[in-house]
Design a protein around this ligand. Structure first.
Ligand SMILES: *Cc1c(COP(=O)(O)O)cnc(C)c1O
Length: 390
């Protein structure tokens, strides 16, 4: 089987997890902090907070940004549902800004007109689709004009760079950036997520919310009478200051994440070579177009989506995917747009209101791209496209 994506685990990754298991901490130990510091250093952000998943990271980001019931949050129709769901978790309304057809990222022109009509928007969540960074300077500028904060969904984009060369996650153009360590993403921790920020108050809030809303480190106590005896802090005392969650990550997961992080550059380089090789091999196809080719030098290459003009072909996407599967190749569609899901449809969303997203969805197919994909397997995938695109 050749899947559309797969993690890559090496012997030293396994050893790192074993070492953790033989140690003193399975959770809330030193590896959490170490993983956080390693990610913060890698992306160039002041702070990083590790949590149990990318979805948990998005949820806490919403809370720490102060997004509340009745606020609105803008994201892209072409994303995994978690980007939109995190706004619903805090009771906010979801609004969608259509994509740019070439990058499949949120269009800042579309965002601008949406914010003109909805100045109550509290947060904007651009998604660095397939690992290629959005146009952050313009998204930040447009968001600033209505006082909305920017939270980057960088689940696809660990190791990617912006046009100016900075790493995605440095938060030069956002309040927070969110990553995922699900096995299909750039590096695996089993499950896991991270929020990066340069804002100390946001950082402290994230630390509390990740663990029930309980005070951390040098947070000032709110109930001084309960906190002290004779002016000295009570040894047993801690206090829950706001409603948080158990979104903690384990040291076991961080052991794997840390070990994998050391391989990230090598992983991305390989993906980049494979992506460029696809670009060359697919250039001659009449009814198939590659996207994001301008991003080849800076993308994290999480996915390799192509656009296929099925209306000019005798086949359709369902048949093509079945044909590929009969030859042990698994392609996938990224993503079923947010408005197509029944939960969002019931709230009045219609894909037709986002014409670029609709056009993309009609033609999109992600073909296999992962570290262990061999050139021979890649040749086979292209051969099959040749065979079945009739
Ligand atoms: C994977 C993903 C998430 C959620 O991450 P999990 O770690 O699976 O919770 C959020 N947004 C996007 C765009 C993703 O691809």
């Amino acid at each position: 089987m050749i899947p559309y994506g797969r993690h890559h685990i090496e012997e030293d990754d396994i050893q790192a997890v074993v070492t953790c298991l033989r140690g003193t901490h399975l959770t809330q130990g030193p590896l959490v902090k170490e993983f956080e510091q390693a990610i913060a250093t890698y992306v160039g952000a002041r702070y990083a907070v590790a949590v149990s998943s990318g979805t948990a990271a998005l949820h806490l980001a919403m809370m720490s940004a102060g997004v509340q019931c009745g606020d609105s949050v803008v994201t892209s129709p072409i994303t995994f549902v978690a980007s939109a769901n995190s706004a619903k978790y805090v009771g906010a309304n979801v609004l969608l800004a259509d994509i740019d057809p070439e990058t499949v990222n949120m269009s800042s022109a579309s965002l601008k007109s949406l914010l003109n009509d909805n100045p109550e928007v509290r947060a904007v969540v651009p998604v660095h689709f397939a690992g290629m960074a959005c146009d952050m300077p313009s998204i930040k500028e447009v968001s600033d004009s209505v006082g909305a904060v920017v939270i980057e969904d960088a689940a696809h984009a660990l190791g990617a760079r912006y046009q100016n060369g900075q790493y995605v996650g440095c938060c030069s153009h956002s309040l927070m950036t969110v990553f995922s360590f699900h096995p299909v993403k750039a590096i695996a921790a089993g499950e896991g997520g991270m929020i990066t920020t340069n804002d100390e108050n946001v950082y402290r809030s994230l630390l509390r919310l990740r663990s029930h809303g309980i005070n951390k480190g040098d947070d000032v106590f709110l109930n001084m009478a309960a906190a002290e005896t004779e002016g000295i802090e009570n040894p047993w005392y801690y206090e829950m200051q706001e409603l948080g969650f158990n979104y903690r990550i384990t040291d076991i997961q961080c052991a794997l994440g840390l070990s994998q992080l050391g391989k990230l550059d090598r992983f991305i380089l390989k993906r980049r070579e494979l992506a460029k090789r696809y670009d060359e091999m697919l250039a001659g196809f009449r009814f198939l177009n590659c996207i994001q080719r301008d991003g080849r030098g800076i993308s994290a290459h999480h996915l390799y989506p192509v656009l296929i003009d099925f209306s000019s072909l005798q086949t359709n996407r369902a048949r093509l995917m079945r044909d590929l599967r009969s030859e042990d190749v698994i392609a996938q569609v990224h993503y079923i747009p947010v408005p197509v899901h029944p939960y969002y449809r019931q709230q009045g969303f219609e894909l037709g209101e986002y014409p670029n997203s609709q056009a993309y969805y009609e033609q999109a197919l992600s073909i296999p791209l992962f570290y262990d994909l061999t050139e021979k397997q890649q040749d086979f995938v292209v051969h099959l496209l040749n065979k079945y695109l009739v």
